[in-house]
Each structure stands twice: as C-alpha cells, then as structure tokens.
Design a protein around this ligand. Structure first.
Ligand SMILES: Cc1cc2nc3c(=O)[nH]c(=O)nc-3n(C[C@H](O)[C@H](O)[C@H](O)COP(=O)(O)OP(=O)(O)OC[C@H]3O[C@@H](n4cnc5c(N)ncnc54)[C@H](O)[C@@H]3O)c2cc1C
Length: 483
C-alpha cells in the first residue's frame, strides 16, 4: 500500500510515461507498441490523483466508470478489487484502457489537466485489467435470478457487447448474433494487433461467456434471419441492433477500380481477420506491400491503422495523404506521433484527383493536387481549397481509401417499419434507444455514425437499462421526441 501524500506533494509527481517498443523494431513487427505500466509505476501514477469530492473525470466517461474509487484501490495495492470496480460499469476494461481517446473524455475532464498533465486514467485502467487477466482471477459481477425473457443482440462490437453484459446480469437470456466469424466488431476486424492484441478481446469475450452470454457467429441478420422472424419464429422479446457503420466510402475518382486500390475496411479486415499480419504462417489474399509504395488517403484513426499496418507488411514508403493540415487531423495525437516515429511520411494539404494504372489494370501512380486552407466549413475546421496547376504524380503500388464509412443498409432494408434518417442510419431516441418499431432498440455507430468505442459502449448501456424496463413493464409509450 502506498503512503497517501498531501495534495501539494501529489502535484509534484510528474505524469508517468507508458513504456513503448522501440520505433525502429516495432515498425517491422505486429507486437503491441505500448508495453504497459509495472506495479511501481502504476502506484506512483495513482498517487497523483487528487481524489476530488466531485470527480469531474467520471462525468467525462460515457459508461460512468467509478474512476476515483478504482484509482484509490490501486493506491492501496488492491488491483483485483480495482478491476472488479471497473467491471461494475465496463465489460471491456482491457480494451478501453488501450483504445479510448481519454484525452477527450475522462482525462480531458481531470482537474490536473489545467495546470499539470492529467492523471493517466487509461494507463491505470489497462494496468489493472491486465493484472486481472494475468492472475486469471477475474471479478465477474453477480447475475440476478433468471427472468425467462429473451433478447437478441445484432452485432458484436462494443455497443452489442456492453448491452449484452448489462442485460445478462439482470437475469435475461441474451444471444449475440454476429455476421463475421469472430466476435468483437471493429475491435477485431479494424483495430490492428499492435494497438489491441486479439487475445485481449478474446479474453474479455470469454469472461462474458462465463457471465452467461450466448454468442453465435456467421449469422447475417437480414439474410440468415430477419428481425421480424426473431420475434415471430424464434420467440425473442426484444432486439438490440448494433450493426455499426462499416460501409466503406469511396472518392469516385477515375481509376479507383484499379488493382491495388483498397477500401481501408477491406485492407484491415484482410490484415486482421485473415491474418496477413502473420505472413510467415498464413497465405492471406492481400496485394503484397513488401518493398512497394503505399499511400493511405485520410487522416483519422482508420488511416493511421492502415498506414502503420502497411509499414509493418514491409512497405518501402508509406504515406498519409491528407487534404487538410495536421492540426485538423481527426486521428488521436498518440497515433500520429507513433506513426511518425515509425517512419510514416505525411503529405498533408494534398488530395488525390486520379488513380493511374498500367495496361494490366494495376495501380502505378496517384495524381495529387496541392491544397491550402480557406475559411472554416460546417465542421468548424478550415476548408481545404485546391491550388490550380499544382498537380503531380506520385509512384504508388497500393492505395488505401480511409475517408470514412456509412451505415450498412441490410437490417434497415429488411425491417421496413423501422425508421431511418436520410443517410440510412437508424433513428433511435437519445435516452431510451427505442426505434420506431415496437421491441426494437438500436445504438452505437449505426445510430450516431462513426464515433468511438466508449460512446458505443455508453449507448449499449443505455439500451440495456431501457430494454430491461420494457421487459419488466411491457410499456412501449413513445415520447413525443422519439422517432
Ligand atoms: C480502423 C478503426 C480504428 C478505430 N480506432 C478507434 C480507437 O482507437 N478508439 C476508439 O474509441 N474508436 C476507434 N474506432 C471507432 C470504433 O471502433 C467504433 O466507433 C466502434 O467500434 C463502434 O461500435 P459498434 O458496436 O457500434 O459497431 P462495430 O464495432 O462496427 O460492430 C458492429 C458489428 O456488427 C456486425 N454486423 C453488421 N451487420 C450485421 C448483420 N446484418 N448481422 C449481424 N451482424 C452484423 C459487424 O460485422 C460488426 O462486427 C475505430 C474504427 C475503425 C474502423
């Protein structure tokens, strides 16, 4: 147990750094970049917490993790109890400790943020979750007596998992149906091994199995079974739709059909789920990046994950091509910093206008146009404006388009009495997550559009509370603001 220091002394302790794999070495392997805190460093970091009476950090957490209480337990050396405390509100602590944009959420609200560096809440969360996994003594919360009610959850990303975890604890019979052959959504098909190892997600999913959640893979709802059939033929009492926003967007440029041009979703799925990252063991159908020039178009997390994967697959040059400047980049700062350290090259204020190929139909060059920043647009960021006559050709063998994704339309098109908005996302009430169809709830990216893991988990928790209320009361009174 650490001795409790007076607040003035606590503020003198600098934020403890996360050890990282050496940039040169890691650019050639898929092992995790961040190595985790050891006990001494974690306790020292926990000592920095000012244990505020009204912890602002908690207001910044969409799932309401009891941050002050778990950090207090870390100071006491009670790591398993700290992990169990997090699990009361968060079924995926080892995941969120790794990939949450804490700088905009809990850490962004930490009082230390104003005059010092914020408490490293994410690193501490990861520390206790990893400690728990390493000891195998996982403090799973207790399950309420069985209610006999059945809930189907469509999609196994963070929204579906978080909803499933809460509902099973309330005694309901929960089945998660997933179109792919692996459980986890973007956590397994999108985010690469070097940021979120697959075994970390698999362990969390196993914990949920132990809690009683039933997982079924290779079920495409809308094809294998419709939402109406889930109610009428399979006897479900409620359905939660959490199918994410996985439909790739393209640029509609000449030459985008050429061999060697991928959507980021396809590229990352091949790398992650078809195991191209383990190229000595698996013969994945992926265009070989070794000694090639790879250009990734976009400036978000997906673009960073794609370009850093390409580098690890042996690319000679791996470029980010982004039409605004680094300041406007939506990717987490940590990811940009890691990418730079590893040797990724940034062509900011550049935009592709055409993909050029050889007579076999394979990409050879990308025609780029230089941009400058104009007045702010609707997003509040300065608008990129093309510079006439600035075009030039960059030799590129593989181009990966990472400019965003849209709603997958399958469930919506086979559930015609459920309302969608003009972009095809499902309309659901902000608080109850109810859709316009009785018994059907929706949340995560399929409602909000592409967002974050923790926001999807927050939506899953809200939906679980609302589904539980509906199952208990049978009441489907819809508020005037509901869809
Ligand atoms: C490459 C990448 C990196 C990212 N990095 C981060 C990050 O570092 N931090 C962060 O906070 N956020 C990150 N995000 C965003 C975050 O992952 C998403 O906001 C989050 O996963 C959304 O969760 P979800 O549960 O709504 O959907 P998803 O995670 O997309 O899961 C939806 C699941 O539903 C399944 N599904 C779809 N249709 C059907 C159907 N008809 N039947 C059955 N199953 C279906 C899909 O196969 C998928 O498994 C990243 C996103 C991407 C693409």
């Amino acid at each position: 147990m650490s001795e409790r220091l007076p607040p003035k002394e606590r503020m003198k302790i600098p934020r403890q750094q996360m050890p990282e794999q050496d940039p040169k070495a890691r650019a050639g392997n898929f092992q995790e970049v961040n190595l985790g805190l050891n006990i001494a460093v974690a306790e020292k970091e926990a000592q920095r917490c000012l244990t505020c009476n009204d912890p602002k950090c908690m207001h910044g957490c969409p799932v309401g993790v009891k941050i002050r209480e778990f950090v207090d337990l870390v100071m006491d050396g009670e790591y398993l109890k700290a992990a169990a405390k997090i699990r009361e509100d968060n079924v995926l602590p080892a995941v969120t400790g790794r990939v949450c944009p804490q700088e905009n959420q809990c850490e962004g609200s930490c009082v230390l943020e104003k005059r010092h560096s914020p408490l490293a809440i994410g690193h501490l969360e990861r520390f206790v979750a990893d400690f728990e996994q390493a000891t195998g003594q996982v403090g799973l919360p207790e399950r309420a007596p069985a209610t006999g009610k059945k809930v189907a959850i469509v999609g196994s990303g963070p929204a579906g998992l978080s909803c499933a975890g809460d509902l099973v604890l309330r005694g309901h019979d929960v089945t998660v149906m997933e179109a792919l052959h692996e459980i986890g959504g973007v956590l397994v098909y999108g985010i690469p091994e070097f940021r979120l190892p697959k075994h970390i997600v698999a362990n969390e999913v196993d914990n949920m199995r132990k809690m009683g959640v039933d997982f079924q893979t290779n079920i495409v709802v809308g094809k294998t079974v419709t939402v109406d059939e889930l109610f009428d033929e399979e006897g479900y009492d409620a359905v939660f739709i959490a199918t994410g926003a996985g439909l790739p967007k393209f640029m509609n440029l000449p030459g985008e059909h050429l061999g060697g041009v991928y959507s980021a979703n396809e590229f990352l799925t091949r790398v992650n789920l078809m195991k191209a990252y383990d190229r000595d063991q698996y013969d994945s159908p992926i265009y070989d990046c070794r000694d090639r020039n790879v250009a990734v178009i976009g400036g978000g997390n997906t673009a960073m994950d794609s370009v850093r994967s390409a580098l690890r697959l042996g690319a000679q040059n791996a470029w980010i091509i982004y039409r605004r400047s680094e300041e406007e980049m939506p990717a987490r700062k940590e990811e940009v910093h890691h990418a730079k350290d590893e040797g990724v090259q940034f062509l900011n204020l550049h935009n592709p206008v055409e993909f050029l190929g050889d007579d076999r139909g394979y990409l050879t060059q990308v025609r780029l146009q230089k941009m400058e920043l104009g007045e702010p647009d609707d997003s509040g960021r300065r608008r990129p404006v093309p510079i006439e006559g600035s075009e030039f050709d960059l030799p590129v063998d593989v181009a990966i388009i990472a400019i965003g994704t849209g709603a997958n339309p399958l469930v919506q098109s086979t559930t015609p009495d459920m309302q969608t908005n003009k972009w095809g996302y499902i309309k659901a009430d902000d608080e109850s997550m109810r859709t316009s169809k009785k018994g059907v709830f929706a949340g995560g990216d399929i409602v909000s559009g592409s967002a974050t893991v923790i926001l999807a988990m927050g939506a899953g928790r809200k939906a679980a509370a609302s589904i539980d209320e509906y199952l208990q009361t049978g009441d489907w009174t819809v508020s005037p603001d509901s869809p």
